[in-house]
Design a protein around this ligand. Sequence first.
Ligand code: GAP
Length: 527
Amino acid sequence: MSDASPEKNTALMEKIVSLCKRRGFIFQSAEIYGGLNGCWDYGPLGAELKRNLKEYWWRKNVQEREDILGLDGSILTHQAVLKASGHVGGFSDPMCDCLLSKARLRADQIEPQSGTAYWFTGASHAESGWSVEREYGVLAMAGDDENKARKTARQYYAQFLPDKQISPKTLELIGERTEVVTETTRFNPENGSLLTEARAFNLMFQTRMGASSDDSDESSIAYLRPETAQSIFVQFKNVLDSSRVKLPFGIAQIGKSFRNEINPRNFTFRSREFEQMEIEFFCRPEDGLRLTDEWLERRLTFYEEIGIPREHLHVLDIPDGERAFYSQKTYDIEYEFPFGIQELEGIAYRTDYDLTVHQKGSGKSLEYFDEETKEKIIPHVVEPSAGCDRTVLALICEAYDEETVTDEKGKEEIRTVMRFSPRIAPIKVGIFPLLKNKPELVAKAREIQKLLSPFMTVFYDETAAIGRRYRRQDEVGTPYCVTVDFDTIGENGEEFKDTVTLRERDSMKQERIPIAKLREFLLDRIH
Ligand code: GAP
């Protein structure tokens, strides 16, 4: 999070969201129908960015390691899996409803407030003889007009009027009393209205499987997975037997997870459908704590490698009593988003909890036979669990920059530039013929496009002045642009024939480079 004021950070976030839509990174799902809350679609550039992140994660964690294997499990999940894991009974958030607006709020995310609570026991309407008896309260903050609280109460009681033509203003409030309250979370910060008591709300999306299923058939219930981790635990034995790996080893998975979040918010940060990148790293019990620390360092390095510097990350060592009961150590890696410092990834030492509950739930052995000690053990597990969409959002927030530049004519302008690391940038190189009406320039530029496109995402552009074309690529974070000019086609002699101008995004420096060296030059920098 920058040191800027909350207003500046909100304005920055608005600019980022707007750029994401304008340039095709991220769109609201079903936008033309009013939007599907908590769901997002990645546009052409967002899809490239996300793929680059996932591919780099997979390369570093699966491809380049002998001791981690990949898995691609099903999203629809057997109810027995999630009963054993504890999700059916316990995967919930405390939720409460606003008695006035019916908005649903996460009870644990309500900011404590102080002020005067106005309580009423009911309301009546003299003319019609109607009345209602119900306890209701409104919080008035210091400086609020006390009639505002009464107005809110009248609106609340008006909901129960059988005749909707009666104006709330004509209601008489009954049994008014006031109470000074401090640090309370019983009232909606938006409108002061009393909230319902908090109750547990299960976050899983339930569905029914099979054509013949009817609503009373409990056995047809299945769930959209709330995390990718469970299929890794459930397939532990199959992976072990088919791959004959030895401890310590990991199973990695990237994929969609679904949580019916009460309050999706902060753009894609808290979504109802999102992707996770998880590793379950199985080990001997005595190695668990050490490996948790090692994974923390490895994951911090990963973020640096994709362009999120360590100074913008925070490591939270979750204290005893705040971790899941089975976890002996948990670190959260947090990022300084414009809307606050928030979690990107959790690294948890989950002991033998998961395999033990699935062994018990399924009745099948999930033990590992240790050749060295000739003992059977339930392996322990260290879990680095990262959010893919959250990391994409962090990459976008980190990359966004505005700078004042002066053009050739001495005019100042704001350059918006996404400073993505070349490794994850959606487009690696823009290819421009200087003029679109000069066939030799166009043909050469197309030739370069053909040369590079099997190896990287390129963007060919022949419209507008060259400066405009550079700016358009700056705004989507393209690290390099190549311009084919008259030197390239040999119009100014042999010296620069078959060379192009290579322009670097951040420094805006330009150099000449032979076309024959372009591929190697770019591959070295984007890998
Ligand atoms: N298997 C462990 C697990 O799922 P988690 O802390 O609930 O742990 C791991 O989730 C990561 O998944 C989080 O650090 C976050 O990056 C991402 N994540 C969780 N809920 C999310 C949501 N509603 N929207 C986007 N990302 C989410």
